[in-house]
Write a protein that binds this ligand. Structure first.
Ligand SMILES: NC(=O)c1ccc[n+]([C@@H]2O[C@H](COP(=O)([O-])OP(=O)(O)OC[C@H]3O[C@@H](n4cnc5c(N)ncnc54)[C@H](OP(=O)(O)O)[C@@H]3O)[C@@H](O)[C@H]2O)c1
Length: 289
């Protein structure tokens, strides 16, 4: 039995990714922070196909304590994990700290997934079909990693912090692949980005979300299309570890699916190592493979 975890699987891109993996025969764990929303998503997926293997396990990425609880629950049911989709994300909002004292977007989008992956990687079989897929955004291009102010305490701009968290996702996915390779493991770590999908819930302001979903959304990618890079990265035999996949048409924001030619221009191996070390310190963990 192939087992997959999709974080933030109750809506948007995570929902479509979880549904597709389940339709391909995976047993999918919907790792979501809200039980009601997750069970509703399971019901909706079962209305599409009633024999899907789906399970909800509560996961709130904004706290290490909650991630630990998730991992304990996961391990009581499963002895291995084939696919981890680091999808959950938050965008915008006033400056907020997580329970662990991290800026919310950096804490949830990046550090929570860094720690979750560290906790789970030992359960993954040493095989090319074991995949860790991390969702970044085309905004990684505007992300600056300020190692002296990762929590944006000196200067906060919501898009700046979002972009920082998404650049951190990209650097993490690439650095993780380097480390997996160096340790002789076949597991692949891949970064993906969905393009622009305005029909999801990522925009928190209800008025802007309404306009984004129903006025602009129909002209842009659907959540289903936005999920394709994650689905391909999880399942295809023609995927390269350490690369970024997503739309490769106009500005690599729109168009057909493929491997990004731009990402390597932004990849800074030294910065990726520094960020990794800093993340280990912040999460008080040693992430060795
Ligand atoms: N939409 C786009 O155009 C776009 C572009 C580039 C990248 N992305 C990335 O794609 C991913 C999915 O976004 P989406 O557009 O599908 O948005 P979405 O519909 O808002 O989905 C985000 C998911 O993350 C979950 N989440 C938020 N905070 C969490 C936490 N603390 N712990 C666990 N789960 C949490 C949400 O749960 P709740 O329902 O409980 O809030 C929801 O399930 C994100 O990483 C986003 O940055 C999206």
């Amino acid at each position: 039995m192939n087992v997959a975890i999709v974080t933030g699987a109750n809506s948007g891109i995570g929902y479509e990714t979880a549904l597709a993996l389940a339709q391909e025969g995976h047993e999918v764990v919907l790792a979501c922070r809200n039980e009601e929303r997750a069970l509703w998503a399971i019901e909706k997926m079962r209305a599409v196909q009633d024999n899907l293997k789906l399970r909800f396990i509560k996961l709130d990425l904004s706290s290490k304590r909650h991630i630990d609880e998730f991992v304990i629950r996961f391990r009581t049911v499963y002895d291995h994990l084939d696919v981890l989709i680091n999808n959950a994300g938050v965008l915008w909002g006033k400056y907020q700290l997580t329970e662990d004292g991290f800026e919310r977007m950096f804490g949830v989008n990046y550090l929570g997934h860094f720690y979750l992956t560290q906790q789970l990687v030992a359960l993954m079989p040493d095989s090319f079909s074991s995949r860790i897929v991390t969702i970044t955004s085309m905004l990684y291009r505007y992300g600056k990693i300020d190692l002296e102010d990762l929590q944006s305490k000196k200067k906060y701009h919501r898009m700046g912090s979002y972009a920082q968290s998404k650049f951190a996702n990209l650097l993490f996915a690439m650095e993780l692949n380097e480390r997996l390779k160096a340790s002789g493991k076949k597991i692949l770590s891949i970064a993906v980005h969905p393009g622009v999908v305005m029909s999801t819930n990522i925009v928190p302001n209800p008025i802007i979300r309404f306009l984004a979903k129903y006025i602009i959304g129909p002209f842009l990618s659907s959540a289903k299309k936005g999920a394709r890079p994650a689905i391909e990265a999880a399942l295809s035999n023609h995927i390269e570890g350490g690369a970024l996949y997503g739309p490769i048409g106009l500005f690599e924001v729109f168009g057909k699916f493929g491997k990004s030619k731009r990402a390597h221009r932004y990849y800074d191996a030294k910065l990726a190592v520094k960020l990794w070390n800093k993340s280990e310190d912040l999460m008080n963990v040693s992430f060795s493979l």
